[in-house]
Design a binder for this molecule. Structure first.
Ligand SMILES: Cc1cc2nc3c(=O)[nH]c(=O)nc-3n(C[C@H](O)[C@H](O)[C@H](O)COP(=O)(O)O)c2cc1C
Length: 303
């Protein structure tokens, strides 16, 4: 049987349940030489801010056991350059684009959403309230239910686009934040962003990243992320998108069985630019072998 790999995230239908995670896939176009990026469920852009940012000083990534630390500091071209220089090409190629946004105040989150709302070719806005690598505006929105709800409703008020909120594993009780965002109007919840770590060079006795701490991503994060997806999926009615250490189709299927409607592939893109493409195909193969649709996997491990 040929399976239909499409999934619905609220009102939005995605071609398949595999997206690329913000910050690990540039603005999408960089991966064009490798495969047809319009075949992905969606691409999530690098976090966009109102003004361009240069981010933290290097070194800003380092490899660790089963993962990596990054403290990029949200370097990006800014929302205006994204809308004029990148979005037209993505639109022309029919790529499903999720615009990931970051700001240091509720007003700026709203201003970003208002700006993106004027554009054609954006499928959803992903609100990053969970970046651990900036001095201001990162985690403080993501660990406090009132702040998380305030950002969500401010963004919802100014856009017709679906609003996804990206949660932090550093929130003590992620389900409480998830519920607060859902009540404030979030159309989907994305779990999780990176978790803070520290690596030290034993030759120089100095932290390996200039920012000292960095966000841990990759396979080391996966069991934590799956546990959190499960907790969030039990707590809310809106769809959950799983993120954290997805490197193969089986990882993605594990997230779906825990309650995720779709997954995002992050650090795996650095090792293999075709990772997301192969994972989407692997899910189809798995489902065809069992004569099921991917939608039938969602939440099945935890009934
Ligand atoms: C180098 C790098 C940059 C990232 N930049 C962003 C970002 O701008 N916005 C965001 O919401 N998440 C960002 N993330 C987090 C990822 O989107 C993802 O949540 C995290 O890496 C976990 O997924 P993974 O284990 O598959 O990498 C970044 C991650 C990495 C490794």
């Amino acid at each position: 049987m040929r399976c239909d790999p499409s999934v619905k995230v609220g009102a939005l239908t995605l071609k398949n349940p595999v997206l690329t995670a913000s910050g690990t896939f540039g603005y999408g176009l960089e991966f064009e030489p490798y495969f047809d990026i319009s075949a992905l469920g969606a691409i999530c852009t690098k976090g966009l801010s109102l003004l361009p940012r240069i981010g933290n000083a290097p070194p800003r990534i380092c490899e660790t056991a089963s993962g990596m630390l990054n403290a990029i500091g949200l370097a990006n071209i800014g929302v205006e350059a994204f809308c004029t220089d990148k979005l037209p090409s993505l639109r022309e190629r029919n790529v499903t684009v999720v615009a990931n946004i970051f700001a240091t105040s509720i007003e700026d989150f709203a201003a970003l959403a208002r700006r993106l709302d004027r554009e054609q070719g954006i499928a959803a806005i992903e609100v990053n309230i969970s970046c651990p690598n900036v001095d201001k505006g990162g985690l403080e929105f993501g660990v406090d239910p009132q702040m998380a709800a305030a950002v969500t409703s401010a963004v919802k008020k100014v856009t017709k686009l679906p609003v996804w909120v990206k949660l932090s594993p550093e929130a003590g009780r992620i389900a409480v934040i998830a519920r607060a965002c859902e009540e404030a109007g979030a159309d989907a919840l994305c779990a999780i962003n990176t978790i803070r770590g520290l690596a030290i060079d034993v030759q120089t006795w100095k932290p390996r990243l200039s920012n000292r701490t960095g966000g841990l991503s990759g396979p080391a994060l996966k069991p934590i992320a799956i546990r959190m997806v499960w907790e969030v999926a039990k707590a809310v009615k809106v769809p959950v998108i799983g993120i954290g250490g997805v490197t193969c189709a089986e990882d993605a299927i594990e997230f779906m069985l825990a309650g995720a409607t779709a997954v995002q592939v992050g650090s795996a893109n650095f090792r293999d630019p075709l990772a997301a493409h192969k994972i989407a195909q692997g899910i189809v193969d798995y489902c065809e072998r069992r004569a099921i649709d991917p939608r039938e996997l969602i939440g099945k491990a935890l009934l």
